[in-house]
Design a protein around this ligand. Sequence first.
Ligand code: SAM
Length: 277
Amino acid sequence: MSADLPPLRETIARHGLSASKALGQNFLLDEQLLARIAAIPGDLTGRAVLEVGPGPGGLTRALLRAGARVTAIEMDRRCLPALGELDAAFPGQLRIVEGDALKIDHAELMHGEPHAVLSNLPYNVGTALFVRWLGGEAWPPLWTSLTLMFQQEVAQRIVAAPGTSAYGRLAVLAQWRARARLAMKVHRSAFTPPPKVMSAIVHVEPIEMPEGVSARMLERLTEAAFGQRRKMLRQSLKGVPGALEALETLDIDPQRRAETLGVEEFVALARALTPPA
Ligand code: SAM
């Protein structure tokens, strides 16, 4: 069905899609690698997928070949004709939306339909969306999985275990009501042009949310605790009303530092400070 698509390099040359630094563009052109990335969320046949930042459409092709129904948000209008060719090659499978993914209501865009998210975004946009996808009180989310490319260092922070220097707010955010794993490392040479650092793909799936815990309270605690990560908890949590008493009730030594606290301990603290519904 897609055998007649030209190689990505040719598509990029024909549409004059030189990578824009300002838009954080580093394209993936290896179609075998792209097929492996599209396979990370499992069988996509007939499933709704939200792809953010398709660029010239390398990952989009792989998703369409995997049988997904793709909604793709791209803010660089230069890419739209190349994406239009994919729409023609896979009729009825692709919806292209021009715009800034940070300004779009994704649930509304997806008409409330559960969907997998796949994306290879510039660092700042990717992290902002990640925090949005994993935040908020409503759970489970409409997305069924997130498969996201990050700088390797950020990916390691997301999946980090307590007691490591990478462990912090991102790890707690990603792990308290979701399972996050490092799905694939991607060498910088796989991108055109190659970025300065290595990349890695993180795959996240939601799990049941612990009862009686406000996401906002957990966020407040991790912000205070990791905002002064070298300080003892009795110092860093001083500004959070009731936190020092909660440490005592939960038998958590106030002389410990934030990075030694497991995700469940943060959850227990947040629960103790969350007013009953
Ligand atoms: N997915 C393609 C690939 O893997 O080859 C392109 C990756 S490139 C790193 C990131 C893409 O995201 C670019 O096409 C860029 O224009 C787009 N982009 C950047 N910021 C965006 C935003 N806020 N909303 C939507 N697309 C964005």
